[in-house]
Design a protein around this ligand. Sequence first.
Ligand SMILES: Cc1ncc(COP(=O)(O)O)c(C=O)c1O
Length: 392
Amino acid sequence: MNFANRMNALKPSDIREVMKMIAANPGTISFAGGLPDPKLFPGEAMRQATDKVLREQAESALQYGLTLGYVPLRQKIAGLMAREGVVTGVDNIAITTGSQQAISLSALLFLNAGEVVLTENPSYLGALTAFKTFETDYISVDSDEAGMKPEDLEAKLVAHPEAKLIYVIPNFQNPTGRTWSLERRQALVALAVKYDRVILEDNAYGEVRFDGSRVPSVKSLDPGKHVVHMGSFSKVLSPGLRVGWICAHEDFIKKFELVKYGCDLQPAELAQMQVDAFLEENDFDAHLETIKGVYKRRRDLMLETMEAAFPLEARYERPEGGMFIWVELPSHVDTKAMLPEAIKRGVAYIPGESFYPLADRTNAIRLNFSTMEDDKIVEGIKRLGALIKERL
Ligand SMILES: Cc1ncc(COP(=O)(O)O)c(C=O)c1O
């Protein structure tokens, strides 16, 4: 078949390969996925919300709707944005099919073939894949525990005038779990303004904070049109419903409406109304507290076990939220090569290599702490620690 040139750049992700290995070895303790714990889904409350929607509003729930999304839900999202320090209204909000579509369609709005995106190093694999679809490349900016380093960002902005977009995950980053400091957020916005570039702020994990206090969002620091903010209900309600959003300047939203219409006409009406009814009928904050309580306990347990089971050479930080712990091992350890042996011993992780835009580092692993039960976390980390010690 004569596929488009853009297909040449796309290959199956390593994560899918890891998932296949896990599926072939039932009983594996998996720290690999990035899924929310399904036991925390509010199944019964969602059933009631769905019943209510279909009883009272079936005709509109099953009909076509607006390209930018269901207005009452956009109003509620404007309320969530206020927690991020952004005063906004429905005209600045568009609903998307998960925040993945927000990334992909934002890229579609801006990127011509041959252009580049500036990303953290490492960054979220799904976004890297989405950018690749547009026949673009990425330039990774040196990043540490506080975010992108402004000196390196500025050098790359100067060197790459064709880099229109800067893609960042400032809260509990996937894969590192890191949160940007306020100073780094301010420096990022100042540079985007100075060089007239657009920041894509991916806040998929923003509501999953269990330590410390909220840092103002990058969008809240935007003096004008430089930040496109993306949020999602996937990590805090249900990823299967596929409801995410964009909050941006009206100029962006108007263009976004055109590409969204061309892509899939509109977000799914019933899913939006289910989320809206859930938020209407339930205490969302209480639900968030339940999730955060469980994830915090699992994070603590994982870190505690790592402290005893991992060698001193393994370096990692304490994420204040989200779902991931990022571990860096001495540079000679190849974590991709180590994985088959780990799976043989009944434990899985994602090798860090996939998350580096240039796939140029092989010594990191991403551990997910949101899905495994406590006893499995302890057992899995002990097995992994023993294997790492052998490889040193
Ligand atoms: C950083 C980040 N952004 C976006 C997404 C996409 O999430 P969704 O499309 O389900 O909202 C994910 C999912 O894992 C993620 O980790």
